[in-house]
Design a protein around this ligand. Sequence first.
Ligand SMILES: NC(=O)C1=CN([C@@H]2O[C@H](COP(=O)(O)OP(=O)(O)OC[C@H]3O[C@@H](n4cnc5c(N)ncnc54)[C@H](OP(=O)(O)O)[C@@H]3O)[C@@H](O)[C@H]2O)[C@@H](O)CC1
Ligand SMILES: [K+]
Length: 511
Amino acid sequence: MRYAHSVEAVRAAERELMARVPEGTLMRRAAGGLAAACAGMLGRVYGRRVVALAGSGDNGGDALYALALLARRGAGVTAVLLAPDRAHAGGLAAVRAAGGRVIDAGAGGGAGGGSDGGSGGDAADGSEGGAAGVSAGDAAGAAIARADLVLDGIVGIGGRGGLRPDAVRLAAAVRASGAAVVAVDLPSGVDAETGETAGEAVRADATVTFGTYKPGLLIDPAAQYAGAPRLVDIGIGPYLPAPVAEALQDADVAALLPAPTGESDKYRRGVVGVVAGSARYPGAAVLAVSGALRGGSGAVRYVGSAGDAVIARFPEALVSAGRPSQAGRVQAWVAGPGLGREEDARAVVAEVLAADVPVLVDADGLAVADREAIRARRAPTVLTPHAGEAAALLGVDRADVEARRLEHVRRLARELDAVVLLKGSTTLIAAPDGPVRINSTGTAWLSTAGSGDVLSGLIGSLLAAGLGGRDAASVGAYLHGLAGRAAPVPFGAHELADRIPLVRPEGTGGR
Ligand SMILES: NC(=O)C1=CN([C@@H]2O[C@H](COP(=O)(O)OP(=O)(O)OC[C@H]3O[C@@H](n4cnc5c(N)ncnc54)[C@H](OP(=O)(O)O)[C@@H]3O)[C@@H](O)[C@H]2O)[C@@H](O)CC1
Ligand SMILES: [K+]
């Protein structure tokens, strides 16, 4: 599991630990882990050109100390200071002592234009600049253009708002240079708490973060700027409270995924009821049933008017055209995909919500479900809106939901006392309490018609197998995302379900 904590929690834990260890210990640990990660990315350190962009805070300090460590291993290093008179004194001294070159981000004028010309550094001669947005005489631009690796230490958890003009210029030069980019703690310009970006942000290939993940590192759009996130343990773990967010990894999914055993029968594996599709949208029924079958359920009971379409594709499905309450034993219901919003849809959703088994409500089901009926339920309830559906349920604009997804998914879960899965490029799953689960396995190719219908059936099968709402929704989103990655692109939603068995983590195949 990847756990994420708020900036406030990180700061408090840091204070607790700092009171117990010698001064500078945390930054030394951070910089050591950062330098090791950089060395790993470079493969060979000796002779490589490394540039650190260092802002005025401790994030810049981390970058400078790491740069000094890389210089000691033979890299040609250049520190680019955004605020030369306020740069981290210890970090700067370390770079100088290691023979690094130090230049001022604002200085033009080519070689010697820096605030200091170190001896062992990579003496870029300024004339080789030429990265977009950077004048040829710009010493910083020239160093960046020639770098193998750039460390982004402009700003970390102390950052407020978007990048400032100097930093914007450097970020553009970095993007144009082709150097590998490692963000220190966070890509500069992204919001640590929410994953929002205000204007420009640094695009990294990897982010080395300290102590714990920050929510913004795992949530889009920031997650797309962070590249591969890595965690360096600096010892604050024992002082951190419960996380605000977490992201399942393969091992977590493997531990949660049910698999049949020798004693299994269809009811132990779980029977899913699907109330979906209509004369107008029979395909939604077929897709939801496909997800339910491939999710591992023991049997699927389909109830509705698209039974012929379902049976034509899945002869193993048990279909009926009656009412959900007369369908026979069901251990979880999926209600809503392609159901329409007529009076009849309202009635069948109400009937499903009244059942004392787990229920997932999606799509049209969300539009016709009675809020009080949702709130009154005692068995697990999972709602799977996209941003527009969540906005309608909350009575806010869709743009508000999209801009602050974390806040809105939490609010909806609390208001409706249910597990809410908010679809998006990073899908978020919130229960009324506890950490928000972030799913990072998705791909933009999944935004295709019917993809959500497959997801609802898949989650329904996990609910029927006995997983709780939060686990069923997050494991379902995880597998659905991987299935999207495994399918040749572009794909139609009908191709998704067949990929689910292929992406189950190792060891979950059952016997
Ligand atoms: N906590 C921990 O456990 C540990 C933390 N560690 C490290 O410390 C980092 C936090 O350090 P921090 O508190 O000094 O803040 P930081 O992110 O460097 O930025 C603040 C400075 O940036 C400036 N600034 C603000 N906004 C800006 C913008 N948009 N664009 C440009 N500049 C902007 C602002 O200056 P001002 O506004 O005064 O100009 C201020 O001086 C953390 O991310 C991690 O790397 C590790 O060493 C080990 C343990
Ligand atoms: K940074």
